[in-house]
Design a protein around this ligand. Structure first.
Ligand SMILES: [Zn+2]
Length: 378
């Protein structure tokens, strides 16, 4: 296949920039969940419902943030962090890659950026494919892909049974279809990325390809456009707020307002570093919490609590540590321990507990369910 563009294109980002951008994009939701889960411990009434709907909360926030960035910078938050923006493939082919996106293309971009990830997360959860790898592998062993084999029809089906069985068959079958679809989409993504890396594909990801958009580097023209927008907004703010000043006090107030508006504009300009920096800090905290460094040197094993003293009404503890306090057999037959720490023959302790519901030595109340067999190898 021929290269799509002649020679080296400075606007075309490298595959590694796009890998990094995708990675950053994927961290926003876990970071949001991490923060919400942290504060949910303090404000459970308000935040637990949010935590249960974290996919929707993330979708909403991502839609607002990305719509803003698309309007100002023609790219998503993550793209902007890596100095990338989106351009329509048609415009690039026609040599107009620098023109801003139309409102319609911005809408398409927003859908392509958000919808596949959201739907994927929802379907993964529905088909229980969002759990750790090991659990899923266990599922694969238990759940056969062929639903007719996996779910046997009930022998004498009543109407509700038959409905439940049909639903189960439907679920198993669609789960298998979804898993195959996911594998195919994974393969398509991989091929696109390999194609992009080797200059054989225009697109790095299929949602943007479907929307007819591709990432390009932010150019001088984009920065100039943004500066012009900022300047216009600043002028509008100052012009609205302050009437032309005649007196000295008026001029002073006007200067103060200009300084304030300018610093506010600068704050907004730097705000887009805050979110990615927060992600980095979150990643660090997450790593720190699981790392051995944070856990410090291993604590020494705490000493066992002192043994419960024998009760005056209880049986005496035999001299031989291997002997059963109830029958005196040494060693004990099928030894069994109680939470009090004393060990008896299993056949001695069970009837004793059934009768008295107390440890025979310490007189501490307990019942048969507390007995633990000990498997001692000689
Ligand atoms: Zn015994």
């Amino acid at each position: 296949m021929e290269a799509f563009r002649d020679g080296y294109d400075v606007a075309r980002p490298s595959a590694f920039e796009l890998f990094a951008e995708h990675q950053l994009d994927g961290h926003f939701k876990p970071a949001l969940a991490f923060v919400v889960a942290h504060y949910a411990q303090r404000f459970p009434r308000y935040l637990i419902p949010l935590l249960n709907r974290i996919d929707e909360v993330h979708l909403l926030l991502a839609a607002v943030a990305n719509a803003y960035y698309l309007r100002i910078w023609n790219g998503s938050v993550a793209q902007n962090f890596y100095n990338l923006r989106l351009a329509s493939s048609a415009a690039i082919l026609a040599g107009h890659g620098h023109i801003p996106l139309t409102r319609r293309l911005r809408r398409h971009a927003l859908l392509a950026l958000l919808l596949p990830a959201y739907l994927g997360a929802k379907l993964d959860a529905f088909f229980q494919l969002d759990r750790p790898e090991a659990e899923q592998q266990l599922d694969e062993l238990l759940l056969d892909d062929d639903p007719q084999d996996a779910v046997a029809a009930p022998a004498n089906p009543t109407a509700p049974h038959r409905t439940a069985w049909r639903r189960q068959v439907w679920y198993t079958r669609s789960r298998a279809v979804y898993r195959h679809l996911k594998r195919v989409m994974g393969l398509v993504s991989l091929l696109l990325q390999l194609g992009y890396l080797t200059d054989r594909s225009r697109w790095f990801s299929w949602p943007l390809a479907l929307a007819g958009l591709e990432p390009v580097r932010i150019a001088q023209a984009d920065v100039a456009r943004k500066d012009a927008m900022d300047a216009a907004r600043l002028a509008a703010a100052v012009g609205d707020a302050v009437p032309p000043a005649a007196t000295r006090l008026g001029r002073l107030r006007r200067a103060a307002r200009v300084a304030l508006a300018a610093s506010r504009a600068r704050a907004v300009q730097h705000a887009h570093h805050v979110l990615p920096a927060g992600i980095m800090i979150y990643r660090f905290l997450e790593w720190w919490q699981t790392s051995e460094l944070a856990q410090g040197p291993a604590d020494p094993i705490p000493p066992p609590p002192p043994p419960l003293a024998p009760h005056p009404k209880g049986v005496a503890v035999p001299e031989d540590p291997r002997a059963c306090p109830l029958c005196g057999a040494a060693p004990r037959v099928t030894p069994a321990a109680l939470p009090s720490g004393y060990v008896f023959c299993y056949t001695c302790i069970v009837p004793s507990l059934q009768e008295h519901r107390r440890c025979p030595v310490t007189w501490a109340p307990m019942d048969v369910s507390a007995v633990r067999r000990l498997y001692v190898s000689d």
